[in-house]
Structure formats: structure tokens, C-alpha cells
Design a protein around this ligand. Structure first.
Ligand code: GTP
Ligand code: MG
Length: 205
């Protein structure tokens, strides 16, 4: 198997659930009250996934959503091949912030693929409304050639699927191929792998 590493960054307003999404993806856990543990600066983790007979090691940077860390966040999206831009599916202001990050990425990291991620889907089942409407977000995502995922870290819905899709896009992008057809190896940064386990074709590195 060919092994490649690439960098993925998570962006989005504070409390939209970026850390929870990674916790679900990497450790298959969910904490109801992470709010008192806002991310400070950024946190790194890595996870191995298998896509199309290839092993991909995703180096994932979880950034802080608080405004005071905004300048620092810019350090972490540099060189990212994929950005997961998150918003809370029930919170219009977090969607506005997602659009802000997308505009910035598009102008500064042109080659970074953008994945728009609505979080907390489970709240819709409790009677909360999607704000803006899912149709509006779908149209927006299509307009910027971005893929839209509606996820819940509480239930785990669509999270593995989103990362697998990111891996597939990475492998199929001619940008990441060398002349002899091999996939470029891109070092993602430090590797302080954490513990945990996961099922299916997903493996923590
Ligand atoms: N109901 C529900 N709550 C969620 C979900 N994901 C996260 N939360 C809650 O939202 C709160 C904030 O989650 P975090 O993951 O800390 O948010 P964050 O985006 O990392 O916040 P910053 O580190 O400040 O940028 C926590 O209380 C989580 O339990 C979800 O899918 N459903
Ligand atoms: Mg966080």
C-alpha cells in the first residue's frame, strides 16, 4: 500500500463543535459539555484512513474559534490541502463566520479544497430550525464548488463519510500526482498520535 500524509484544518466560530467532530472521528466519543474547554490556539491530531487501496494519514489541525485567536488560526491553515469549515446548523451567525473563512481561504490558500460542514444535526430532530435553511446552504455550497455535509458529533452521522470523501478527493486530484503516477507525500507537521480505536477502514495512525 502507498502511504501519504496530508494536512486538513478545521475552521469555524467558537462552540460550533470542531473539537467534538475530531473527538468523534478519532476516538469515537462525544462529550455533552465541552463548552468550558474552548480550544486555545490550535491542537493537532492524526488519523489513518484507507481509501482505494491507499493508506492516507490525515494530519488534522483543530483551530480555536474565539476571535482573540484569529490571527493565530491563519498560521494553521497555511499549506492545508483541505479545510473543513464548520457552522452550527441552528446558528445564522456561525454560518456568516463560515462564509468569512471561506472567502479568506479562497483568496489566500487557493489550492485548499473547502468542505462546508453543518454541525449538530441532532438538534433538528429536537425541533430546532436550520438557520439558514438547508436549501440556502446547499445552493451556496454548489455556487462555490464546495461539498456540503450535515453532521452530528453526538450521533456520529456523516463524519466518517466526510473524511473518506476528503481522502478520495485528495487522491483523485491531479495536483497531488507526480509524473510516475505516485501520490505526492506531503508532511503534515508533527505527529503526536493519540490513543483510541476505530472500526471499518478507519484507523488511527
Ligand atoms: N447537540 C450537539 N452538541 C454538540 C455537537 N457537537 C458539539 N456540541 C456541543 O457544542 C459545544 C462546543 O463544542 P466544541 O467542540 O468545544 O466547539 P469548538 O468549535 O471546538 O469551540 P472552540 O474550541 O471554542 O472553537 C459543546 O458543549 C459540545 O458538547 C453535536 O453534534 N450535537
Ligand atoms: Mg475547540
Amino acid at each position: 500500500m502507498t502511504r501519504v500524509d496530508f494536512k486538513v484544518v478545521l475552521l469555524g466560530q467558537s462552540l460550533v463543535g470542531k473539537t467534538s467532530l475530531i473527538e468523534r472521528f478519532v476516538n469515537e466519543r462525544f462529550y455533552e459539555n465541552l463548552a468550558f474547554k474552548n480550544t486555545i490556539g490550535a491542537a493537532y491530531t492524526s488519523k489513518q484512513i484507507n481509501v482505494d487501496e491507499k493508506t492516507l494519514v490525515l494530519g488534522i489541525w483543530d483551530t480555536a474559534g474565539s476571535e482573540r485567536y484569529e490571527a493565530m488560526v491563519r498560521i494553521y491553515y497555511r499549506g492545508a490541502k483541505a479545510a473543513i469549515v464548520c457552522y452550527d446548523v441552528t446558528d445564522q451567525s456561525s454560518f456568516n463566520k463560515a462564509k468569512y473563512w471561506i472567502r479568506e481561504l479562497r483568496s489566500i490558500e487557493e489550492k485548499c479544497k473547502i468542505y462546508l460542514c453543518a454541525t449538530k444535526k441532532d438538534l433538528l430532530n429536537l425541533g430546532h430550525d436550520a438557520t439558514p435553511s438547508l436549501e440556502t446552504v446547499d445552493n451556496y455550497a454548489a455556487g462555490i464548488q464546495s461539498k456540503f455535509f450535515l453532521t452530528s458529533s453526538k450521533t456520529g452521522e456523516m463524519i466518517d463519510e466526510m473524511f473518506i470523501e476528503i481522502g478520495k478527493d485528495y487522491l483523485s486530484d491531479p495536483e497531488n500526482q507526480t509524473e510516475n503516477g505516485l501520490v505526492n507525500i506531503i508532511l503534515s507537521g508533527k505527529k503526536n498520535d493519540s490513543s483510541g480505536c476505530c472500526g471499518g477502514s478507519l484507523k488511527q495512525s
